[in-house]
Design a protein around this ligand. Structure first.
Ligand SMILES: [Zn+2]
Length: 681
């Protein structure tokens, strides 16, 4: 009898060990990604793991287990959202990594299964592959009644309240032939400019930034508080039907045309392809256009256009045979991290920045990369002198993805978070609940510089011509120590500048003068109060009408405003409770700065009318109702006063309803409110 001993060189045994390892790795990264919104590896690295497991399972079919991540589609839903079962499973697509694979994994298989000759062509539909979050929308008789995330493909999370906040999505469909039931699949994404802004705000506020636009979209959509979702300008493109009753479509192109006709957002870049070579050309074209799009795409999707043929082709274990996701190569490069620089922001946040040996990253030379914050630096164990992998998403600032630890030679140096501000030497503090380190110096030069630049910027006080160069000179000459000093400048002060002419000096002075009568919201925004962005500044200006009222506002009054939570309210209160801030504002007002109350939207029939909502609303969300009111020139306020125009009362309305009745204010139920909107249009 022959005994067989375990042999570590046996390829089957090695494959078994590796596949078990891969399954557990992928499971771990799925959880980081889908449930925690905190991935540890890049998408390209995740794809590589997944692909390796798929290949092993194809080679050794005996290794496939029912729990293998290749048999599932994603993560299980979080417990905190209600679970929703999809009527039809939301399958994921097979991936193609290059042009050859688009041909072999789609066209060759499709023709073989359909018995079509090699020189004949199959009609395809090509779509950009949005790098976002898949959702399913449910329209019943043309009204949006539900929305859920993909989840594991069979069960997702109920995100109806959040989806309703997407401005680009109709709550009711328009046009003719609207089916009794229409399930539509779409990809929710965050446009790149919004992504950058959110991350800037997050870094300023000392919160960890999102790793990429997709995480930002997922994090924004899966918020238990829809008010947070509403503040994020999420968008969606619809791409496929789910279950449909009362309408039928002959093809994907037919469906997309119908969806667009009913008012659903469909990507204008979708295109029919007569044969696989046109689909390959489309893939090439989209890859070339990738950097100029206002959103992130990570490939294209090619589908057999005819639904009849799609049904004939059917599905394999985890994905349809009639479609393939054509992935773009990752935008990664390897280089050496030469130094870690410290950058001090407007609110004193000290951020580590990687200085890199310049490297080409798909056509762009990259010499700096963000390291986000000190926690991340420590978690990734990034050291000066390390060889690192840098990744760029869209035209977003490149980030260091990971370190090639195996290339270390011992000379690499870790960097500890600074104890003192590198610019002013003040104490550095880590505020509770924040990941950021902050310089607390009141006269920290970069903070002053950035706050003056912010004050003068186009979206704030719009002081034309007072750009970065002049702000730097004003500071260097000691002419300005805070924003109030701007209004004390004379022509002679400017004439002291290098390369300054008489005309330019007069223009600058005139621009400063002109800024004295900016709208109130611009002034509020320009003050640089933490957590108060342009949008919040507008809400404050509209709600309080004057700087005096805002200065006196209580926390309760502040939080009664739509979109303002306790953190923001507290930050506003802290700002106006600071004597130094009040002194600076006082000096500006004394110099003749007179912020004018925000001009309300004119033309709407509700102009000048204020609304208070109370009780439980069942016909619409407060967010949505607020938008409708504002669209017609009205405003929404938090508490009832003599000046309130209407009180809209849902069920279980309490003290506000009583107070409105006492003051003789018109009270509307939901039906009457909708009627008012109709007639005031
Ligand atoms: Zn400092």
């Amino acid at each position: 009898m022959q005994l067989s001993f375990p042999d570590s060189n046996d390829p089957a045994q090695k494959a078994e060990k590796r596949s078990a390892e891969l399954r557990s790795l992928i499971g771990h990264h799925n959880q980081r990604y889908y449930q925690l919104d905190a991935p540890e590896i890049s998408d390209a690295e995740y794809d590589a793991l997944f692909r390796e497991l798929l290949e092993l399972e194809e080679q050794y079919p005996g290794l496939v287990t029912p729990e293998s991540p290749t048999r599932r589609i994603g993560g299980a839903p979080l417990e905190k959202f209600r679970a929703v079962k999809h009527r039809l499973p939301m399958l994921s697509l097979d991936n193609a990594a290059n042009e050859d694979e688009i041909r072999s994994k789609l066209d060759v298989r499709v023709k073989k299964l359909l018995g079509v000759g090699g020189d004949e062509t199959v009609g395809y539909m090509c779509e950009p592959k949005m790098d976002g979050l898949a959702v399913e929308l449910v329209y019943e008789n043309g009204t949006l009644t539900g929305a859920s995330t993909r989840g594991d493909g069979y069960t997702g999370e109920d995100v109806t309240a959040n989806i309703r906040t997407l401005r680009c999505l109709p709550l009711t469909l328009n046009g003719t032939g609207i089916p009794a039931l229409l399930e539509v699949r779409g990809e929710v994404y965050l446009p790149l400019d919004a992504f950058r802004k959110i991350n800037r705000d997050k870094e300023e506020n000392g919160e960890p930034p999102f790793a990429n636009p997709r995480n930002a979209a997922a994090g924004s959509l899966r918020q238990l508080d829809p008010r947070i979702t509403a503040r994020r300008p999420l968008a969606i493109f619809c791409y496929a039907p789910g279950q449909v009753e009362g309408a039928s479509f002959a093809s994907q192109s037919d469906f997309l045309a119908a969806a667009a006709g009913w008012g659903l957002p469909v990507n204008p870049l979708v295109r029919a392809a007569a044969g696989i070579e046109e689909a390959v050309a489309y893939y090439r074209e989209m890859q070339a256009r990738r950097d100029s799009l206002p959103y992130e795409i990570d490939g294209t999707v090619v589908k057999v256009d005819s639904y009849l043929l799609q049904r004939e082709l059917g599905e394999k274990s985890r994905s349809p045979v009639w479609a393939v996701a054509c992935k773009f190569p990752p935008r990664q490069a390897e280089t050496v991290l030469e130094d870690i620089l410290l950058s001090v922001g407007r609110t004193g946040v000290i951020t580590p920045v990687a200085q890199l040996r310049p490297v080409d990253l798909s056509g762009v030379t990259v010499a700096r990369a963000t390291l986000h914050n000190w926690d991340e630096l420590a978690a990734k164990d990034i050291r000066i002198g390390d060889t690192v992998i840098v990744e760029r998403a869209g035209d977003v600032i490149p980030a260091v993805v990971r370190v090639r630890e195996e290339l270390r030679n011992g000379s690499e140096k870790s960097m500890a978070p600074p104890q003192k501000c590198p610019q002013c030497g003040s104490e550095v503090v880590r505020i509770a609940d924040e990941v950021a380190l902050r310089c607390m110096g009141l006269s920290c030069p970069p903070q002053i510089r950035e706050s003056i630049k912010h004050f003068a910027s186009r979206t704030a006080m719009d002081i034309e011509g007072l750009g970065d160069r002049f702000v730097e000179q004003l500071l260097a000459l000691g002419l300005v120590h805070n924003v109030a000093d701007l209004y004390a400048l004379t022509k002679d002060d400017f004439m002291a500048f290098e390369r300054m002419g008489d005309k330019l000096a007069s223009n600058l002075l005139a621009a400063i003068e002109a800024s004295k009568s900016r709208e109130l919201y611009r002034f509020i925004f320009a003050l640089g109060i933490r957590h108060v962005g342009e949008r919040t500044a507008k809400a404050l200006a509209q709600a309080f009408g004057s700087l005096d009222n805002l200065k006196k506002a209580t926390l309760e009054e502040l939080t009664s405003i739509r979109d303002i939570g306790t953190t923001v309210a507290q930050s506003i209160r802290t700002f106006f409770d600071n004597e130094e801030n009040l002194a600076i504002i006082g000096r500006m007002l004394a110099s003749g700065v007179t912020p004018t109350a925000t001009a309300k939207k004119v033309g709407g029939k509700l102009t000048g009318k204020s609304f208070v909502f109370t009780g439980t609303l069942t016909r619409f969300s407060r967010e949505h109702a607020g938008k409708l009111v504002e669209d017609q020139g009205g405003s929404v306020v938090g508490s009832v006063s003599k000046k309130t125009g209407y009180l809209v009362a849902g069920t279980e309305a309490g003290s506000k309803l009583e107070k409105a009745r006492q003051l003789g204010i018109t009270v509307l139920d939901e039906e009457e409110f909708l009627n008012l909107l109709e007639t005031s249009r």
